[in-house]
Design a protein around this ligand. Structure first.
Ligand code: SAJ
Length: 444
């Protein structure tokens, strides 16, 4: 086996190794472009014919602003160092196959591996001897052992194949920074053996300038899910501290500032909820890996705290309306922000969606605005005209810069619910608003 890896390492060094990427989404596509740019012949596989056609035409299918990715894609496709297809038979002579398919969780917070299973089965039917297969998708600890390997073994036996090599190398991309993150963030190269990890490091050194750390597969599976779970738990602490401040009569922002003066403290920001493509999902993947082994409390509870924040915002809104004797059933409410993150058009797992579902059957009218989301880009002054409450759900700059005097004139009732603490409470009070902010317990 070491001989085959020695051959593979030679091919990587002289850039003769044929690299294949399964899944050309916001991870697979930039990775494919980067290896092509580094001088390798890359074949990309995706089930979506339209996406494949777009890429082969030199057009970047990824929405949102991704600096340099469209230009890089056009370049490597033009040079024919990246070719894409829907046909798995193109993988038959691949030396290295990276798997970058979606690994979502379902409504019961269980991993959904339909795409991963399909990729492994289809690959198993065509892969050649001694291929190096690397899972880049975020997977629950134990997934290679319980899902990936059994599927590949079954195909290998049916075809009388020799050996193959397995590794896990989780990505750390972020929308808006795909290329820069892939190049500048460290990665864990989890190999089934040390020799495989060594070959992985040799491969990724072609596109990653940061640390490439050798590990075993289970360590690599845990690391990625743990780093996002760590963030989720810390956001939940900030949120629960904000609820305490709000109930006792302090300002969370002031408490946070003072706590963070203490060495080694870094309280994150309380907010109207936790959305996005990874933070809400990865804790459940980590928990799934520990299922039946450890009874978890902190990790699932942190998820419940964060998922309850949109409803906390709803309760604040109901209280504000009641304080001013405005029946909720007669109220017109504006939700400002639908994306999951400030200055983003990404709406996956949007906390605003939770709030909308809760309020829309209870109030007279619900309107939504978001400068980055096409269906919510109407003029803000038109959207909020005649409202009894405006709820800031996303910290977009445009909301932090609201002209409060102008907004005041447009509202029927001047209630401002600040779910991201982007408005100064004193300024709101001076502009005659009834201000309610997440974690703001002061009586104005
Ligand atoms: N959020 C808070 N309070 C905070 C930070 C975030 O409520 O203090 C909310 C945001 O509003 C958003 C959600 O959490 O709804 C997620 O925000 P995020 O800043 O974590 O952004 P993501 O989801 O894009 O997370 C990515 C992750 N990167 C990868 O998975 C490679 C995460 O690991 C990074 O830590 C994070 O970016 C980052 O640091 O920006």
């Amino acid at each position: 086996m070491i001989q085959s890896l020695k051959d593979l390492e030679e091919k990587i060094i002289n850039k003769k190794a044929k690299i294949a990427i399964i899944g050309l989404g916001y991870v697979g596509l930039p990775v494919a472009c980067m290896f092509a740019k580094a001088g390798f012949h890359v074949i990309g596989i995706d089930l979506k014919k339209e996406r494949v056609n777009q890429i082969n035409a030199g057009v970047c299918p990824i929405e949102g602003f991704e600096p340099n990715l469209p230009e890089l894609l056009t370049e490597v496709v033009g040079q024919k160092s990246l070719i894409t297809s829907t046909d798995y038979s193109h993988l038959a002579d691949a030396d290295i196959v990276l798997i970058d398919v979606e690994t979502p969780t379902d409504h019961d917070n269980m991993p959904q591996y339909v795409a991963l299973r399909s990729a492994c089965t289809s690959l198993g039917k065509v892969m050649k001897d001694n291929v190096l297969i690397i899972i880049e998708s975020t997977i629950a600890p134990g997934t290679v052992k319980q899902v990936v390997r059994p599927l590949l073994e079954s195909e290998k036996q049916q075809r009388g194949l020799g050996n193959y090599h397995l590794g896990v190398c989780p990505e750390r991309v972020m929308p808006g920074k795909l290329l820069v993150n892939l190049e500048s963030m460290s990665r864990v190269c989890g190999g089934e053996t040390e020799e495989v990890s060594k070959a992985m490091i040799l491969l990724y050194r072609n596109i990653v300038s940061a640390d490439l750390d050798s590990a075993d597969i289970i360590t690599a599976e845990i690391t990625k899910t743990a780093e996002n779970t760590y963030r989720d738990v810390n956001i939940a602490f900030a949120n629960e501290l904000a609820l305490i401040c709000q109930s006792i009569g302090a300002d969370f922002l002031k408490v946070r500032e003072l706590v963070n003066k203490s060495p080694g403290r870094n309280v994150l920001m309380a907010g109207a909820g936790v959305g996005g493509h990874c933070i809400p999902k990865d804790p459940w993947l980590l928990a799934y890996g520990a299922k039946g082994r450890v009874d978890l409390n902190l990790i699932p509870t942190a998820r419940l705290v964060n998922d309850s924040m949109p409803l906390h915002i709803a309760k604040m809104t109901e209280k504000a309306l009641a304080d001013l004797k405005v029946p909720l059933s007669q109220a017109k409410i504006a939700i400002l922000g639908y994306a999951y993150l400030e200055e983003s058009d990404d709406t996956r797992n949007s906390p605003s969606e939770t709030l909308i579902r809760y309020l829309q059957s209870k109030c007279a009218e619900l309107v939504v605005h978001d400068p980055y989301v096409p269906i919510y880009q109407d003029d803000l002054s038109i959207v909020i005209n005649g409202c009894d409450a405006i709820i800031i759900m996303v910290g977009h700059r445009v909301y932090a810069d609201l002209n409060l005097a102008q907004i005041y004139e447009l509202l029927r009732t001047p209630i401002l619910i600040d779910g991201r603490r982007v408005i100064n409470p004193e300024k709101a009070k001076n502009a005659n608003f009834w201000y309610y902010g997440i974690g703001f317990g002061k009586n104005l």
